[in-house]
Design a protein around this ligand. Structure first.
Ligand code: CTP
Ligand code: MG
Length: 276
């Protein structure tokens, strides 16, 4: 089984609001991207966890933001860009094949750019699409433990075309709808229904697919009207649309996504907790 890891790190981090790409934001002195890569290479300090990428075999694709315009670059932006690109020699130093791709304007477009590189590599190396697992991971989930990557990779290797890691939800989730004009001014929304919590899961990354499935999936969305294609915001949703089964494996609370400052504080606390 061949294996490629696509790290999507091309988002702008608008909700975090640091003025630099989120993947370059520092957490305890290292970028979110570097933390996320620890699952593949092991952390520089050794730590408990060893990396799961296989030197000399596995491929890593880094999907990075476009290089900022050199003319009006702040020191901060330049440093951010350098932090992201420094991941390339780090991964090569760990014996891994590395390619970069430039991200698109949406996560889906960035994923597609990354998977294109995987297809090119597969063609050069003679990798069969059926026997190639592609794990797509958000750099915005910097503390995802290696075991989650392994669970996803193993499910794909066992023949699942699409795999997502997921955790139970602790909040009660309600389906809401906008209030109608005749329903009074009390609130903008009304509760429609409450799905049974026992059947709900919060999904994380890495999400795993066979390269054969991804190739078919991208062909499928090309054939859809734009408005329909835009609704399919992750690749598992394309599988659902195609009627392809999506397998669920256990995720991890440490795989939290850093979206806002609160999440960054949580991630910092988790790291500090581990050190003591
Ligand atoms: N991503 C990407 N390309 C994009 C948008 C997102 O590669 N055009 C990546 C991000 O880098 C991140 C993951 O997709 O690793 C999840 O996206 P999100 O958490 O939304 O990150 P941002 O888009 O950077 O954040 P925001 O939406 O607040 O701007
Ligand atoms: Mg975003």
């Amino acid at each position: 089984q061949h294996r490629a890891f696509v790290m999507v790190a091309a988002g702008s981090g608008t909700r975090l609001g640091y003025g630099i790409p989120k993947a370059a934001v520092l957490l305890e002195g290292r970028s979110l991207l570097d933390h996320a890569l620890d699952a593949l290479t092991g952390s520089p300090e050794g730590g408990r966890d060893r990396g799961i990428a296989r030197p000399g075999q596995d491929l890593v694709i880094l999907v990075l933001p476009a290089e900022p315009d050199a003319a009006d670059l702040t020191t901060q932006e330049r440093a951010a860009h350098e932090r992201l690109t420094s991941a390339v020699p780090r991964l090569r130093g760990a014996g891994l094949a590395v390619l970069t791709a430039r991200g698109g304007t949406t996560r889906s477009a960035s994923v597609r750019a990354g998977v294109e590189r995987v297809s090119e590599h597969a063609a050069r190396e003679g990798w069969q699409h059926e026997g190639t697992a592609v794990l797509i991971h958000d750099a915005a989930r910097p503390l995802t433990p290696p075991e989650v990557f392994l669970r996803v990779a193993e499910a794909v290797a066992a023949g699942a075309p699409a795999v997502v890691p997921a955790v139970p939800v602790s909040d009660t989730i309600k389906h809401v709808r906008p209030s109608g004009p005749s329903e009074g001014p009390a609130a903008a929304e009304r509760v429609q229904s409450t799905p049974a919590r026992s059947q709900l899961r919060a999904v994380q990354t890495p999400q795993g697919f066979s390269l054969a499935f991804l190739t078919a999936a991208f062909e499928h969305i090309q054939d859809l009207p734009d408005a329909e294609a835009e609704k399919l915001t992750d690749e598992a949703m394309i599988a659902e649309d195609l009627g392809t089964p999506v397998s669920v494996v256990p995720g991890h609370t440490r795989a939290l996504k850093v979206t806002t400052e609160t999440d960054l504080i949580t991630a910092r606390a988790l790291l500090q907790h581990e050190e003591t």
